[in-house]
Ligand binder design. Sequence first.
Ligand SMILES: Cc1cc2nc3c(=O)[nH]c(=O)nc-3n(C[C@H](O)[C@H](O)[C@H](O)COP(=O)(O)O)c2cc1C
Length: 223
Amino acid sequence: MDVVDAVKSRISTRAFLNTPIDDAEIRSLLNDARWSPSGGNLQPWRVHVVTGDARNRLVAGVKDAIAANPFADEAELAIYPPGLWEPYRSRRFAIGEAMYEKLGVGRNDKPARLQWLLQNYEFFGAPVGLFFSTDRRFDRGQWAHLGMFMQTIALLAEERGLATCMQEAWATRAKTVSAFLDLADEEMLYCGMALGRANPAAPVNSLRSDRAPLDEIATFHVE
Ligand SMILES: Cc1cc2nc3c(=O)[nH]c(=O)nc-3n(C[C@H](O)[C@H](O)[C@H](O)COP(=O)(O)O)c2cc1C
C-alpha cells in the first residue's frame, strides 16, 4: 500500500468485529512504529496494550466507574479549550452531526447520544485497546511527538488491513485507567486507541469526514 493510500483510507472506525488480533501482529506493528520521529529523538511515548481478559476487565471496571459517577471528568488536559471558537467549533459540530445521522440518532435524542458515547469505553467492540502515555513533566512539544507515534501506528495498521479509532474519550477516565494499567506516578495518560478489524456492515463506518481546502490551512510565502 502506498503511503498516500494509507493516509487517505485511514478513518476513525467506530464499529469493530470481535475477531482477535494475534499478539505477534500487534508486536510487529508497534515494533515498526518505533521509527516515528521525535524532537531530540526523545521518543517521549509509552504504549500500553490491553487485550483478552485484561481488556474485558478494564471495560467492566470503567463501566462500573461510570455507573457510580456518570459525569466524572478525570482528564488532566482539557480535551478542547473552553469556548471553542470558529472555525473549529463548526467543524466539531459538523462531524458530530454527520456521525449521529449515520447512526440514525436525532438531534434532540440526548439519551441515545449518551449511550453512543459510552461505546468509546468498550473500544467500539475492538479486541485490542492501546493507551498512550508520556511523562507529565513534558510539555506541549513532546505531546505533539506522541501524536506522531499514534498516527504512524494508525497508518501501519491500515497497511495491515486493520482499523483504528483514536480515543481521547478515555482521558475522562484517566484515574481509573491509570490505576488499572499501574502507571508510574510521573506517567500521564493522554489518549486511547481501538485496534481491530472494521465491521463493514456497520453504517457508522461509512462516515467520511471532510477537510478544509488547502488554501485555508496553507500560506505560501514566495516574495
Ligand atoms: C487525538 C484524537 C483523539 C480522538 N478521540 C476520539 C474519541 O474519543 N472518540 C471518537 O469517536 N473519535 C475520536 N477521534 C476521531 C476524530 O473525531 C476524527 O479523527 C476526525 O473526526 C476525523 O475523522 P477521520 O479520523 O475519520 O478522518 C479522535 C481523533 C484524534 C486525532
